[in-house]
Design a protein around this ligand. Structure first.
Ligand code: BJW
Length: 236
C-alpha cells in the first residue's frame, strides 16, 4: 500500500491567485459583517444583500486562476495514485481553483461558489452568472429562492461522513492556508492526533492551531506547497 495523505486547504492557498482570505488584515470579514452575509438569518433578512456579496465573489473568481500550489496538489494526487497511494483533498474553499489546477475528486465541505441552490426545494445547478431574486427554480418553479450552494455559520458542512472515514484511513494530515478558527475543520488536527496520524501545518505564519501540529512549514503557499510535494514524492 502507498502513502495515504489527507490534505485540508483554506483561503490561504488561493490568496496568491487574488482571492481574499477571511481573517487576514484586509480579509473579507474586515469589509463585511459575517452575520449579515454568511448566515441563514442574514439571507432571510436581506437576500438581495447576500446575493450581491456572492455575485462580487463570483466576479472575482472569474478573473482568478490556479497558482503553483493548486497545481502541485494535483500532481501529488496523480503521482500518489500511480504508486498505489491516495490524496484525499478536502477544501473549505468555495472556489474551483483546485479543479482548474488539474485536481479531481475535491471534497468541498463548505460548498461551491459556482453552484446555485433553491432555498425552497434544495435543487442545485452549476451557475457562474449573477444570482437573481427573479429567476424561477428550474425544479420547483419557486421565485426568490436562489442562494449560493455554500455552507453558512450554523449550517451543517457537507460530506462529513466521507471526511471522517478518510481521516481514519490517512497516514498523514496536512492543513494548508487555514486559520484553524472555524469548526468542524479546525478540529480535524486533534482528531488526527487521537487517531495517531502524523500532522503538518503549511501556512504563511503560525495559525491559531499551530501548536497542535507535529511539523510546521511557513511561507507563501506557492513556494512551500510545491517544495513539500517534491519532498513527499522523493522520499515517499
Ligand atoms: C496563507 C497565505 C499564503 C494567507 N500562503 N497561507 C463555538 C465553539 C466552537 C464552534 C462554534 C462555536 N460557535 C459556533 C460554532 C460553530 C461554527 C464555528 O466554527 N464558529 C467559529 C467562528 C467559532 N461553525 C459552523 O457553524 C459550521 N457548522 C457547524 O459547526 O455545524 C455543526 C456540525 C458540525 C459537524 C458535523 C455536523 C454538524 C459551519 C461553518 C461555515 C463556514 N462558512 C464560511 C463561509 C463559506 C462561504 C463563503 O466562502 O462565503 O467558510 S466562513 C469562512 O471561514 C469560510 C472558510 O471556509 C472558513 C475558514 O476560513 P479559512 O479558510 O481558514 O480562512 P482564514 O481567512 O480564516 O485564514 C486564512 C489563512 O491563510 C491564515 O491562517 C493565513 O495566515 C493563511 N494565508 N495567505 C499560505 N499566501
Amino acid at each position: 500500500m502507498g502513502l495515504n495523505i489527507f490534505v485540508l486547504t483554506g483561503a490561504g492557498i488561493s490568496s496568491e491567485s487574488g482571492l481574499g482570505t477571511f481573517r487576514d488584515a484586509s480579509g473579507i470579514w474586515t469589509q463585511y459583517d459575517l452575520s449579515e452575509v454568511a448566515t441563514p438569518e442574514g439571507f432571510a433578512r436581506d437576500p438581495a444583500k447576500v446575493r450581491a456579496f456572492y455575485n462580487a465573489r463570483r466576479a472575482n473568481l472569474a478573473k482568478a486562476g490556479p497558482n503553483p500550489a493548486h497545481v502541485a496538489l494535483a500532481r501529488l494526487r496523480r503521482d500518489l495514485a500511480a504508486r498505489g497511494g491516495r490524496l484525499f483533498l478536502c477544501t473549505q474553499n468555495v472556489d474551483d481553483l483546485h479543479e482548474q489546477g488539474g485536481g479531481a475528486d475535491v471534497v468541498h465541505m463548505h460548498g461551491e461558489l459556482t453552484v446555485t441552490r433553491c432555498h425552497g426545494c434544495g435543487a442545485t445547478w452549476p451557475d457562474r452568472e449573477a444570482l437573481s431574486g427573479e429567476t424561477p427554480c428550474a425544479a420547483c418553479g419557486a421565485v426568490g429562492t436562489a442562494r449560493p450552494h455554500v455552507v453558512w455559520f450554523g449550517e451543517t458542512p457537507l460530506r462529513m461522513d466521507e471526511i471522517e472515514e478518510a481521516l481514519e484511513e490517512a497516514d498523514l494530515f496536512v492543513a494548508i492556508g487555514t486559520s484553524g478558527s472555524v469548526y468542524p475543520a479546525a478540529g480535524f488536527v486533534s482528531r488526527a492526533r487521537r487517531l495517531g496520524i502524523r500532522t503538518c501545518e503549511i501556512n504563511l505564519a503560525p495559525s491559531d492551531n499551530a501548536r497542535a501540529f507535529d511539523e510546521r512549514r511557513y511561507g507563501p503557499a506557492t513556494e512551500v506547497v510545491p517544495a513539500w510535494v517534491d519532498e513527499v514524492l522523493r522520499d515517499g
